[in-house]
Design a protein around this ligand. Structure first.
Ligand code: G16
Length: 542
């Protein structure tokens, strides 16, 4: 065992979901090692315990895993479970931590950010409930990273990550496990696979699944093509590649372009879905039809009792603050609580552990439940397919019937990526300065009802998260939310979330960009987006 002297790096503050940086940053000598040691130094009681390790297969995954295995062994973990080839999706890690009662897990991914030598890499720690470390743990890791002066690592040859089975590293047992088996079994315990299989093999309902050359490739192929017998070729772009084939593994209408072309083309399949780099996000499409993630959560909640794993009903649901209020309407009708949390899956953990919620989701293409403590892309796809197999209607019909019942929360997010960081912070600071004067002011058809910087008090442990996004709510129920992304690695990304409510079903077919036109202009003038960022149009609209 070696103890290596090191010096702290000042930039190891975890963001919305772990530490994300460019690969070249992680490749600096000691950079990854410092952060891993800072994680271990912030934990107590892991000697002899089990650690789960896996990543999304992006460039630098294998090298990072070898370093982490040797450090975990040197630091005294008793057993390490690692995915074959270093591959484990984020929800699969969460499930494995829970199933094997591990102490925690380390996930290597920069999620939807591009990969490759010039792309991004990331690392995050998950606790024994299978969920992302809460803020008090990530803060402790950051504090430790600022003063760290040594780390421990074993001098040993690399573990063969491709061969399933046990080996040893010093006194630590390392088990290379199949990446898919446990996850697929968990899915089969929640959904009616026989009914979905019949539905997919009948010949009149075609699906197309696009893992975007990222981690869900092997999971999707095993579940859809082998277990559910969907035709070969149902899964496209299914081989995980270190650079995701040069693409951007972000399941939205801009980056999932192969799938969008098929689903909005002639003779389109009935259902399409994509997932992101590490398999926790999902995008759901019908034939020529896009389902917003906020609507998707609302529809899953409204139809949950059609699915075996949720037949007993829901304890409650939760959504992140910028997510549309469509799920709130379903919760109200079901007579259950709907919690509003800050952006970041880690904020759902306590609510799930306390049994206060069963389903949760975010506008950022994330949906999940109490089956694990991460959002889960393929779970959402299977949930939709189970509902479709029961209801025997198209995706579009199901969404439109939902709107007819609950009204439509018309929604869009405008992202301005790669904005100069100082300018972006100045924009938010200026907005914060106006918050007290906005209520009561009228802008065209909109009168401000409230304006604040969202603050959340966790109902389970009382912890407070403040400055989580500027909200401006209007008297007619419309909203504009501004916040800076916590997952980007270059400059700043300004996110503007726009929402209005339309009860009249004769207006439900309107293009959201048209329906939200006045709010979009108002957002620009209130925040001076063009003047402060120099941008006239968003980089990505979803
Ligand atoms: C992460 C978090 C999500 C969050 C998303 C976007 O997702 O887990 O909770 O909604 O980032 O965050 P931001 O708006 O700060 O960029 P992922 O899929 O990147 O891990």
């Amino acid at each position: 065992m070696q103890t290596v002297l090191t010096q702290p790096f000042s930039d190891q503050k975890p963001g919305t979901s772990g530490l994300r940086k460019q690969v070249t940053t992680f490749q600096q000598p000691h950079y990854l090692q410092n952060f891993v040691q800072a994680i271990f130094d912030s934990l107590e009681g892991y000697q002899g315990q089990t650690l789960v390790v896996g990543g999304d297969g992006r460039y630098y995954n294998r090298e990072a895993i070898q370093i982490i295995l040797k450090m975990a062994a040197a630091n005294g973990f008793g057993r390490i479970l690692v995915g074959q080839g270093g591959i484990l999706s984020t929800p699969a890690v969460s499930g494995i931590i829970r199933k094997y009662q591990a102490f925690g897990g380390i996930i290597l991914s920069a999620s939807h950010n591009p990969g490759g030598p010039d792309g991004d890499f990331g690392i995050k720690y998950n606790t024994s409930n299978g969920g992302p470390a809460p803020e008090k743990v990530t803060s402790a890791i950051f504090e430790r990273s600022k003063v760290i002066d040594e780390y421990k690592i074993l001098e040993a040859s690399d573990v063969d990550l491709d061969r399933i089975g046990p080996s040893t590293l010093g006194n630590t047992r390392v088990e290379v496990v199949d990446s898919v088996t446990d996850y697929a079994a968990l899915m089969e315990s929640l959904f009616d696979f026989d009914q979905i299989q019949q539905f997919l093999t009948r010949g009149d309902f075609r699906i197309c699944i696009d893992p975007l050359h990222a981690v869900t490739g092997p999971y999707a192929t095993a579940i859809f093509e082998r277990r559910l017998n969907a035709p070969a070729g149902t899964v496209q772009n299914g081989i995980p590649l270190e650079d995701f084939g040069g693409g951007h593994p972000d399941p939205n209408l801009v980056y999932a372009k192969d799938l969008v072309k098929i689903m909005f083309g002639d003779n389109a399949p009935d259902f399409g879905a994509a997932s992101d780099g590490d398999g926790d996000r999902n995008m759901i499409l019908g034939r020529n039809f896009f389902v917003t993630p906020s609507d998707s959560l609302a529809i899953l909640a409204a139809n949950a009792t059609l699915v075996p794993g949720y037949r007993q009903g829901l304890a409650g649901i939760a959504r992140s603050m910028p997510t549309s209020q469509a799920p709130d309407r379903v919760a109200e009708k079901l007579g259950i609580d709907c919690y509003e949390t800050p952006t970041g899956w880690k904020f759902f953990g306590n609510l799930l552990d306390a049994g206060k919620i069963t389903l949760c989701g975010e506008e950022s293409f994330g949906t999940g439940s109490n089956h694990v403590r991460e959002k889960d892309g393929l779970w959402a796809v299977l949930f939709w397919l189970n509902i479709l197999a029961v209801r025997q209607q198209s995706v579009e019909t199901i969404v439109k019937e939902h709107w007819a019942t609950y009204g439509r929360n018309v929604y869009s997010r405008h992202d301005y990526e790669g904005v100069d960081s100082d300018r972006a912070h100045d924009l938010i600071t200026t907005l914060r300065g106006q918050l007290s004067t906005l209520p009561g002011q009228t802008f065209g058809a909109y009168t401000v009802g409230y304006s604040d910087d969202f603050s959340y008090t966790d109902p389970v442990d009382g912890s407070v998260a403040s400055q989580q996004g500027v909200r401006i709510g209007f008297q007619d129920g419309s909203r504009i939310v501004f916040r800076l992304s916590g997952t980007g690695t270059q400059g700043a990304t300004l996110r503007v979330y726009l929402e209005s409510y339309e009860a009249d079903s004769s207006k439900h077919d309107q293009d959201p960009q048209v329906a939200l036109g006045d709010l979009i202009q108002l957002a620009d003038s209130l925040a001076q987006i063009t003047a402060k960022t120099g941008r006239t149009t968003p980089t990505v609209i979803t």
